[in-house]
Design a protein around this ligand. Sequence first.
Ligand SMILES: NC(=O)c1ccc[n+]([C@@H]2O[C@H](COP(=O)([O-])OP(=O)(O)OC[C@H]3O[C@@H](n4cnc5c(N)ncnc54)[C@H](O)[C@@H]3O)[C@@H](O)[C@H]2O)c1
Length: 282
Amino acid sequence: MSEPDHAASLPDRPGEGHGPAEHSETVRYPSVVLITGAAAGMGAEHARALARRGSHVHLADVADCAPLVREITEAGGRATGHALDVTDRAGWRRVVDAVRAADGRLGGLVNNAGMSRRLRFMDTTEEVWERVMRVNLFGPFHGIQAVAPLMRDSGGGSIVNISSVSGQIGYFSPSYSAAKWGLTGLSKSAAGELAAWNIRVNSVHPGLVSTGLLAGSDGFVESARRSIPAGRLGEPREITDAVLFLLGDRSAYMTGTEVTLDGGLVSNGLYHRILDDAEGAL
Ligand SMILES: NC(=O)c1ccc[n+]([C@@H]2O[C@H](COP(=O)([O-])OP(=O)(O)OC[C@H]3O[C@@H](n4cnc5c(N)ncnc54)[C@H](O)[C@@H]3O)[C@@H](O)[C@H]2O)c1
């Protein structure tokens, strides 16, 4: 899944990137993609990469997307910013109407916006529980319902939901873990329902990735790193590679599945840590 050294050019037809893969060296990406939480972190990295490949990227965030829109535009790409709190259902309708008015189609959605409150079980208040659920789980639900008709009218599309390894294992902070597990299930449910509209839905599960989400958690991060067989955190561009793959036509037969990018944390983190602690006492 390495980056091609050229921007893939896209044919001007609906649903591009979602039919059976052809035997070609060129990967095709949707010409119009909406990304939430795109102002910073991994979402911004996905947006830059897609814009370099010729997609018109619609960036949606509660934070100001204008600096990234400027950066992409000055580099010769196409980007439009939208103010959106993903918990706001009416806001989603406004954004999708704006995409329809601007481009008449939509081939990709990356439900990337997310927030985490690393509070232990008994410290998690109802307010925190509700907010984390609303952003990480209700947001993607509203988003999928909002974009699906336009994607259907575009000939199909690919939806990538950014979950987490916390949505695959028991994670100490209940609101985040439950929301991300919910998102894993939502992805599979939507994949089944939307296949008839040629819309694929998959989830991506990053382990620890160095972004603002981990800011101020140095002790937690260093301790967690000791459980990662690869011995390091992930880089945003490594998650972008998987997102690109799922949006593009090389994954045309993938839907309802999970892609984990975690340096081996979920599959081997436990024994990595046990062996480390045992210090050769086997
Ligand atoms: N960084 C990690 O280690 C890690 C690991 C696993 C999963 N993830 C997930 O990856 C995604 C991206 O995380 P990141 O690390 O780039 O985080 P980040 O904090 O760097 O960026 C998140 C972006 O989402 C935006 N956002 C937050 N709430 C929003 C809302 N209600 N509506 C619209 N936008 C909102 C923020 O303004 C920000 O621009 C999240 O879903 C996160 O849960 C991150």
